[in-house]
Design a protein around this ligand. Structure first.
Ligand SMILES: Cc1ncc(COP(=O)(O)O)c(C=O)c1O
Length: 360
């Protein structure tokens, strides 16, 4: 008899991460994965190196010091925090815990690809809600809900569009959503947002048992390689996640570096200031080249090349120059490419390369 995986698994298109190498090119600008161009903070690197003598020990399965460090830095309740190997792991665990075969998961049209991938792995049905002008449309999200809906995912700010929904919109969404649908707010990029009408979702978690906020150390904290994320949820959902996660799902290296990173406010501020300055400068340069960009409150921006063909040419041209950015076909945005904000030197290389492309 032939081996047969569970229903849905063979429908999954495996997630393809950003590229990191180009054959024959020495200077590479890695701007395909929204990483922190400044790297991790020195304090986090020191903490990482310091655990070398304990590599033979299992980590604390409950990530106690990390959870209390996060709680202190973010003014949250440590008991409601569950840590994971990247927020990816937590998104997948939530789906596995709450979604069964043929159950539905609603997400926004240009939402993070791991939502439909995780749903299919669980045998569930991903249901896309249309956006309006590359922004989450609350009415469309609500209209996509059926009796079979178990989870609604949204990223705020959203990757790859860079747009966000306001506190008022988020609150309306929760208020008008059935109580037995879990609302998962993926706030991977929240640290970059200053807008007064934005909230990351922690307050909604504290007011409602059916809201989860997920966060990551991969972006502003510059620890993508260590795989570290966390969820903020009700005691009930935390209990569920703690039952389904692996007993030692977060490595000691990740826990130690994470505690140091979240305390290093200076590094966080420096990373954010660099991003804000270069994001504005870069958008200005790109529009002077006659290319469209979208408002973004994240550490990345979508650039519109007018057609899928032209965007593919730009992608290949930039790659030849050692500039690695992300094509957007998988998100249904083939005429765009997404460019992460790097260092000033990297962004100057991108502008020079785009100028050469336009004049080619
Ligand atoms: C919106 C969003 N959520 C989650 C993640 C996953 O982050 P992590 O590295 O914590 O798994 C990403 C990574 O790009 C993302 O863009």
């Amino acid at each position: 008899m032939a081996l047969k995986p569970q229903p849905g698994i063979m429908d999954v298109s495996p997630y393809v991460g950003g590229e990191s190498k180009v054959e024959g090119v020495d200077r590479i600008c890695r701007l395909a994965s929204n990483e922190n161009p400044l790297g991790a903070s020195d304090a986090a690197k020191k903490a990482y190196l310091a655990i070398a003598e304990d590599l033979h020990r299992y980590p604390d399965g409950g990530s106690y010091l990390l959870r209390t460090g996060i709680a202190e830095a973010e003014d949250l309740d440590a008991e409601r925090i569950v840590c994971g190997a990247g927020s990816d792991e937590l998104l997948g665990l939530l789906i596995n815990a709450y979604v069964g075969v043929d159950d539905e998961v609603v997400y926004n049209e240009h939402g993070f690809l791991m939502y439909p991938i995780g749903t299919k792995i669980a045998g569930g049905v991903p249901v896309k809600a249309n956006e309006t002008d590359l922004r989450i449309d609350i009415d469309a999200m609500l209209a996509a809900v059926t009796d079979k809906t178990r989870i609604m995912f949204l990223a705020n700010p959203n990757n790859p569009t860079g747009s966000y929904i306001t506190e008022t919109e988020l609150r309306r969404l929760r208020a008008e959503l059935r109580d037995d649908v879990l609302l998962v707010i993926d706030a991977a990029y929240c640290e970059y947002v200053d807008n007064a009408d934005y909230i990351n979702g922690a307050a909604l978690v504290e007011e409602n048992d059916n809201v989860v906020m997920t966060r990551t150390f991969s972006k502003i904290h510059g620890l993508a390689s260590l795989r570290l994320g966390w969820a903020y949820c009700s005691a009930e959902v935390a209990d569920v996640l703690n039952r389904v996660r692996g007993p030692f799902n977060v490595s000691l290296a990740a826990q130690s570096a994470g505690v140091a990173a979240i305390k290093d406010k200076e590094h966080i501020t420096r990373s954010k200031e660099l991003n804000n300055r270069l994001l504005n400068w870069f958008r200005q340069q790109v529009s002077e080249l006659g290319l469209g960009t979208h408002d973004s409150v994240g550490n990345f921006v979508l650039v519109n090349f007018g057609s899928g063909e032209r965007a593919a040419e730009a992608l290949a041209f930039l790659k030849n120059k050692g500039v690695l950015v992300r094509g957007m076909s998988a998100y249904g945005l083939a005429e765009h490419i997404r460019i992460s904000i790097g260092t000033e030197e990297e962004m100057r290389v991108v502008v020079d390369s785009l100028t050469a492309f336009i004049n080619d």
